[in-house]
Design a protein around this ligand. Structure first.
Ligand code: GLC
Length: 454
């Protein structure tokens, strides 16, 4: 599939035009209840996509944004886990079946909805907070009153199921849980792990896997995970399913446990917002949860590399994986950094040789041996990441950088591709993609606002 350059350039100075175009995209991908990330390629409801959609749509249609979030929580498991995918009521049979979480998780998965059995970065609290603030007093009270306990259960689950070291830092068990499916640090780490017999079986089926890959139906294979990366993702998924999505079994039998820096940055921010929300509705958080949240803040800097000041993901042995990606900068969004660390990371971000490129911030710095500008999360510019950096910078008082980013975001990717090149602006992946629109919708609605105060 060829990639076309913008036929309809966005204008930073014309936010109204951006708002109109973004809504066309969101309406195209709307099911009547939630926004699909893309109407052919991704028909399900995704765990960190829907919060991003709600953040954009809340300005004009707050009730619709609240409904999308409420729908997201319908997929929550009994133990509190929020799945990365809720499959649509009809269709997606093969993928629903392959996940088969309802059968394997024995009563833990919700009835009547097909969901995956793994999670995604916890952006829900941020969205619940921002959407609630756009609702009228009564609606807000009822929305927060209903959703905040669900958020609490999710955060409690993360600490109970995914914090093996009890240090407040969350470990994920699949690269899809990072949301950055083929991000180099996790893929490189996976290559070093022992996966047992399953791996040989999956590898011998590489051709079959490639044939059944839904993600290659709509885009060029150079824009998706490579065959080897997809095999690793499948191997990890089979291992999780063999362990019936059970936290204890996973800790005993599953080799991949990685403290992903992106996930933990989003989680640290989500904890802060959850505390604000609890205060708003007069909910007293359990002491255990408060202790865990305290540990997350206290130990966040254990993910910092003292040599470079960048933050990295940590492997199960406790070693940092020193491969820099945009997630190394996401602590700027966490709210957990000292002034000095913020400055160091902001300097890394502003470096034109690595991250600060004419068409945006790439997911892997352009001077990295892992940079591959077209290949999915190995180098493209993704709107959700840029939104988190922009708002995080603004919250930390780095207003000039935040405004620079806002300007770039509103001047790029006018056709709302899934992601685009940091070097040329060329769009990649599927289009029109919902969060590429909702991020721009949000920023276009806040023309002179760089404070983003809570
Ligand atoms: C891809 C992305 C993931 C996203 C999903 C739906 O799998 O890697 O982050 O949630 O698509 O848009």
């Amino acid at each position: 599939m060829s990639n076309v350059l913008p036929e309809n350039p966005l204008s930073y100075n014309n936010p109204q035009a951006i708002i109109t175009d973004a809504w066309k995209v969101l309406d195209t991908n709307y099911t009547g209840v939630y926004h699909m990330p893309h109407c052919d390629h991704y028909k399900g409801l995704f765990g960190w996509d829907s919060p991003m959609h709600a953040i954009g749509t809340r300005h004009d249609r707050p009730a619709q944004a609240a409904m999308e979030l409420t729908h997201l929580f319908r997929g929550q498991w009994r133990d509190g886990m929020i799945p990365n995918i809720q499959f649509p009521a009809r269709g997606e049979l093969l993928h629903g079946l392959l996940n088969a979480s309802g059968l394997l998780a024995r009563g833990n998965a919700p009835r009547g909805i097909r969901t995956s059995g793994i999670t995604q970065p916890p952006l829900e609290a941020e969205a619940v907070w921002l959407v609630g603030k756009k609702l009228g007093t009564e609606d807000r009270r009822s929305f927060w009153g209903k959703t905040v306990p669900w958020l609490v259960r999710y955060h409690e689950w993360l600490y109970a199921a995914r914090c093996e070291k009890k240090d407040g830092i969350i470990e994920i068990v699949h690269p899809w849980e990072s949301g950055m499916d083929n991000t180099p640090p996790i893929i490189e780490y996976m290559r070093t792990l022992t996966w047992g017999k399953t791996a040989d079986i999956v590898r011998s089926m590489e051709k079959v896997i490639t044939h059944s890959r839904k993600d290659l139906r709509h885009v060029d294979d150079g824009e998706r995970s490579s065959a080897e990366e997809a095999a690793l993702q499948t191997i990890a998924m089979v291992s999780i399913m063999r362990n019936r999505y059970d936290a204890r079994r996973l800790q005993e039998n599953h080799p991949l446990h990685v403290a992903d820096i992106g996930f933990n940055s989003i989680f640290a921010r989500a904890n802060t917002v959850l505390e604000l929300l609890a205060e708003e509705i007069g909910l007293v958080l359990a002491d255990d949860l408060k202790d865990s949240m305290h540990k997350t803040r206290q130990n966040f800097s254990s993910l910092r590399d003292p040599r470079t000041g960048l933050y990295f993901s940590r492997d199960r042995k406790g070693e940092l994986i020193p491969i820099s990606t945009i997630a190394s900068l996401l602590p700027l969004y966490s709210g957990a950094l000292s002034v000095q660390d913020t400055k160091t990371l902001a300097n890394h971000l502003a470096n034109p040789k690595s991250f600060w490129r004419p068409y945006g911030v790439p997911t892997v710095p352009v001077d990295s041996p892992f940079f591959d500008e077209k290949r999915y999360w190995s180098g493209g510019v993704w709107g959700n990441m840029e939104w988190m950096l922009t708002t995080g910078l603004a919250r930390s008082g780095c207003n000039e950088l935040a405004e620079g980013m806002r300007k770039t975001i509103l001047s790029t990717n006018p056709a709302f591709y899934e992601y685009h090149s940091a070097r040329t602006g060329e769009g990649y992946g599927v289009r029109p993609f919902s969060w590429s629109a909702s991020v721009r919708l949000d920023l276009a609605h806040r023309p002179n606002d760089t404070s983003w105060r809570d």
